[in-house]
Design a binder for this molecule. Structure first.
Ligand SMILES: Cc1cc2nc3c(=O)[nH]c(=O)nc-3n(C[C@H](O)[C@H](O)[C@H](O)COP(=O)(O)O)c2cc1C
Length: 169
């Protein structure tokens, strides 16, 4: 799939067929995440691959918008190492770029994926840190649910000329 076509086609997919996602495919998604741009090229990310339905249930219990994990085969938690990151304030930006790379790579591999937000909600950050034993300096940023898609949302029309400004506002 051509890159620009993929960017426009990507949708949040929350229903999955149950077909397993091979480890090789997950590895390709992780690689895509690691190729994201990051401030001063610090690449402060870590990834936790989760397939255990028991852990999914625990996340659903603390996260009000994560029910799609019920049918997911796999999920990738994108985390940040605050020590490795560039100055204060940059790791959420870096992890956002990594998250989007993984979403686009998932589409390219025929998968459906959804960004489940953790940062910046303090209770979700603390809950996921506790559940997954993250060290003190590691912060959960986003969780990406993954599976083969069982829904095909229509492509919306989002181009909005009123959001574009030339030279000055
Ligand atoms: C920071 C962020 C947090 C999000 N958190 C959730 C979430 O917790 N649960 C969910 O179902 N979708 C979540 N989404 C997905 C958005 O709902 C989705 O991207 C938006 O509705 C646009 O739809 P699209 O992804 O199909 O273009 C999140 C997206 C972003 C960027």
């Amino acid at each position: 799939m051509e890159l620009l076509e993929g960017i426009l086609k990507r949708r949040s997919i929350r229903k999955y067929t149950g077909q397993p996602v091979d480890k090789d495919v997950v590895d390709e998604l992780l690689k895509a995440g690691m190729y994201a741009p990051s401030a001063c090229n610090k690449r402060p990310w870590h990834f936790v691959v989760i397939r255990d339905q028991k852990i999914f249930d625990e996340i659903i219990a603390i996260h009000p918008h994560a029910r799609m994990l019920k049918g997911a085969d796999c999920a990738i938690l994108v985390c940040a190492d605050e020590i490795q990151a560039h100055d204060k304030g940059y790791w959420p930006v870096d992890c956002g770029a990594a998250t989007q790379n993984i979403l686009l790579a998932a589409l390219a591999k025929g998968l459906g994926a959804c960004w489940i937000g953790i940062y910046p909600r303090a209770e979700r950050l603390a809950g996921v840190k506790r559940l997954l034993n993250l060290p003190e300096h590691i912060h959960a940023y986003s969780l990406i649910s993954l599976g083969y898609p069982a829904e095909t949302p229509a492509q919306p029309d989002r181009y909005d000329a009123s959001k574009v400004h030339y030279e000055k506002w």
